[in-house]
Design a protein around this ligand. Structure first.
Ligand code: NAD
Ligand code: DAU
Length: 366
């Protein structure tokens, strides 16, 4: 590949396919992209599983340069058709089954979407990319959005994950993501398809589905329900505000080097119990008419998640030094904004507490 990739990929306008764009990070990314690059053509492909929500994109639906397509990333005919008719040059691939607890209850969907779905997209993009002009080949990119969980679990004294940390996935979710990362890497090395992999730490912020720790705690406090903390609550996660993740992916799309991996993290390691206590304090301060206060009374230690990784931490020096990205939001600012968002978006989260969600909740927390 010629070494003028940087300049060529800076060229706009882009025709970008965003898979999983109705989910948590995907929809934040779609908003980021549409407001920063109004001349780009944006196609969202999303199957609208339980985690996908078209409401997350409502204010974009009338824009001429935006199109929503409901469909499955495993559907090769649909993907081929979209890549050709929309003349796609960039794929930002978010679509996945993303929740560890669901992967323990039922791993098959994770194999299907995360492995088979990613493989299907890569194959379709490979065929499509071969027909590009040389300039289009320079601009084209397959961004594979992945997770720090592929690196496994750290002990308290271990250094943070770097891009060369060996893979050691411990859950069906992280095993499926690791597999898809390997395919994305292999398509660059074998076929020259310009892929980049990003491995990011735990995100939080608007549009986060209520099964994950932070939204679940916020909503349970608002409903006066118990706050289930797994095990001893001493597991550590490295939290990143979702908008900062979107900014990092933007840098990678415009300035990242094909064939590379970039770790993305917030440099915000927090123990789960400390995080829940921070949320309780914020909720006590910001919410009126809580059913039970102070919220800390609601904390309830429950049976641990099987195979629960003890600690994640990201060394994000590569993306900082090579692409100039650093997080812009501290964990204190980000948590406050997030609590405020759940307080003012009851109309968004209330309908998500469906019968399916209640059944899932009973299974995990019984
Ligand atoms: P999410 O579960 O909120 O959203 C996933 C989206 O993908 C949903 O809109 C869903 O409808 C869609 N989808 C699922 N299966 C599909 C299929 N077969 N075809 C088309 N669409 C399908 O997930 P998220 O938290 O936004 O995560 C997005 C990506 O980022 C995932 O690949 C995840 O592994 C990765 N990631 C997440 C985090 C995090 O903290 N949430 C951190 C690092 C990386
Ligand atoms: O690290 C990146 C990953 O972060 C992403 O790849 C995943 O898609 C995303 O779901 C997230 O995975 P986690 O398993 O870390 O996130 P979750 O919100 O499920 O849990 C965060 C921590 O909180 C974890 O240590 C388990 C704990 N927890 C979670 C829930 C839902 C609890 O103690 N109680 C809970 O009820």
């Amino acid at each position: 590949m010629a070494d003028n990739w940087k300049e060529d990929r800076m060229r706009s306008p882009r025709r970008i396919l965003i898979t999983g764009g109705a989910g948590f990070i995907g929809s934040n990314f779609v908003h980021h992209w549409c407001s920063n690059y109004p001349n780009d053509r944006v196609i969202v492909l999303d199957a609208l599983t339980y985690a996908g929500n078209r409401q997350n994109l409502t204010n974009l639906e009338n824009q001429n340069n935006f199109r929503f397509v409901q469909g499955d990333i495993c559907d090769r005919t649909l993907i081929d058709n979209l890549l050709q008719t929309e003349n796609i040059d960039t794929i930002a691939h978010f679509a996945a089954e993303s929740h560890v607890d669901r992967s323990i209850l039922g791993p098959a969907a994770f194999v299907q979407t995360n492995i088979v779905g990613t493989f299907t997209l890569l194959e379709a993009f490979r065929q499509h990319w071969y027909n590009f002009t040389p300039i289009q080949q320079q601009q084209g990119l397959f961004l594979h959005v992945s997770t720090d969980e592929v690196y496994g679990s750290l002990n308290p004294e271990d250094p943070a994950f770097t891009e060369t940390t060996p893979y050691s996935p411990n859950s069906p979710y992280s095993a499926s993501k690791a597999s898809s990362d390997h395919f994305a890497r292999a398509y660059f090395h074998t076929y020259g398809v310009p892929t980049i992999i990003t491995n990011c730490s735990n995100n939080y912020g608007p549009y986060h589905f209520p099964e994950k720790l932070i939204p679940l705690m916020c909503i349970n406090m608002l409903l006066g329900k118990q706050l289930p903390v797994y095990g001893d609550g001493q597991n550590v996660r490295d939290w990143l505000y979702v908008i900062d993740h979107c900014r990092a992916l933007d840098c990678v799309i415009h300035r990242g080097k094909p064939g590379e991996t970039y770790n993305i993290g917030g440099n915000n390691e927090v123990k789960n119990l400390d995080l829940v206590r921070m949320l309780c304090k914020l909720m006590d301060e910001l919410a009126d008419n809580l059913p039970i206060t102070p919220c800390e009374q609601l904390i309830n230690f429950v049976k641990d998640r099987p195979g629960h990784d003890r600690r994640y931490a990201i060394d994000a020096n590569k993306i900082k030094n090579e692409l100039g990205w650093t997080p812009s939001v501290t964990v204190e600012q980000g948590l406050k904004r997030t609590v405020e968002w759940y307080l003012t978006h009851r109309h968004w989260w209330e309908p998500l507490l469906s019968e399916e969600y209640q059944a899932y909740y009973r299974k995990v927390y019984a």
